[in-house]
Write a protein that binds this ligand. Structure first.
Ligand code: FAD
Length: 292
């Protein structure tokens, strides 16, 4: 708790402020416009393998969290580059490439202890999976780029690490995969080739590998993807690949923004007014100025 109090004091009650995580996506959604930078508390606080939850400071790196959970064969549905923090990954809100198995990142956040724009500590959600009466504020916070509240400490849902995994690729329409493979973790499509990641029990994977091999897919190494470019708009540019389950296109070209409906923007603006009427939190950032 003392780390949270220190965090609240660092945020204070006046002036523009933002949290710096690992700064791997620092420019996403705009520049913080000279806002005072603070650090969120860090460290894995309490891991309850039987409850499948973990409490950690939002400034904890994903690497540290992965190591702590891995000892009990568990993981969380958060994914990011080296140096990424738990809070930054939630604030960015991009789903894991393994979404077909690990689920949505928003579902991983059970509780968030935050500092709001008024400088007060508040808690959203609760430590159990069925934890919400009324509005589910945790879901609003994921992907908000720290514009609604600053995450200090979180409780995340954990899940078992799969016993086995493999990648396969071949010339096949992506929807054919669902006929022969149970919940593939990842399905990538470049317009001709489908690349699939399977996860699960070794026996099940052996059967699925056999069925996909019969359709012409062979085992491959994990593919290297370019940086994310845009949301799926119905076209895959040359050299790019669609994450079929995530609806995101990866490639080496500059990211392209997709227009957001005016009604959605208006609603988001009203919500930001409610959470942060003085625009203290990450003033230069806009979660809708993000390609995917
Ligand atoms: C499959 C996949 C691939 C990805 N690949 C890449 C990649 O190749 N390169 C890449 O850069 N990213 C990638 N990402 C996104 C990645 O999740 C983010 O880059 C990273 O997690 C951000 O964490 P960070 O600690 O570096 O955040 P920062 O860059 O420090 O911050 C990002 C934003 O979050 C806000 N923020 C940070 N901490 C908090 C907090 N505690 N409370 C409120 N707001 C906060 C910051 O103010 C800022 O607006 C990928 C994600 C996935 C799922």
């Amino acid at each position: 708790m003392s780390q949270l109090v220190e965090f609240r004091e660092a945020v204070g009650t006046e002036g523009a402020v933002c949290v710096r995580g690992g700064a791997t996506r620092w420019d996403l959604g705009g520049d913080p416009a000279g806002a005072h930078e603070v650090r969120a508390p860090s460290g894995v606080e309490e891991f309850l393998p039987a409850e499948m939850t973990v409490a950690a400071g939002a400034g904890t790196t994903l690497a540290e969290l992965t190591e702590a959970l891995g000892a009990s064969g568990q993981e969380v549905a958060l994914d990011g580059p080296p140096g990424a923090t738990v809070g930054g990954t939630l604030a960015v809100g991009r789903n894991s490439l393994r979404r077909g198995r690990v689920g949505f990142i928003a579902d991983a956040l059970l509780q968030a202890d935050c500092v709001g724009a008024d400088g007060a500590l508040f808690t959203a959600g609760g430590p159990t999976v069925k934890n919400v009466t009324g509005y589910d504020v945790c879901r609003l916070l994921v992907g908000s780029l720290g514009t609604l509240a600053l995450l200090g400490r979180v409780i995340l849902r954990t899940r078992p690490v799969p016993e086995a995994s493999l990648w396969m690729a071949g010339e096949l329409a992506p929807d054919r995969v669902a006929d022969v493979a149970y919940r593939p973790a990842t399905v990538l499509w470049d317009g001709e080739w489908t690349t699939v990641r399977l996860e699960g029990h070794p026996g099940d994977l052996r059967d699925e590998r056999g069925r996909l091999a019969a359709l012409g897919l062979g085992e491959v190494d994990e593919p290297e993807l370019g940086p994310c470019m845009s949301r799926w708009t119905g076209e895959i540019p040359a050299g790019a690949v669609l994450d079929v389950l995530g609806g995101v296109v990866y490639g080496d070209r500059p990211e392209t923004l997709t227009a957001t409906e005016p009604g959605v923007l208006a609603l988001a603006g009203r919500m930001r007014d409610e959470f942060d009427p003085g625009r203290r939190l990450n003033p230069g950032r806009d979660p809708y100025r993000v390609a995917a």
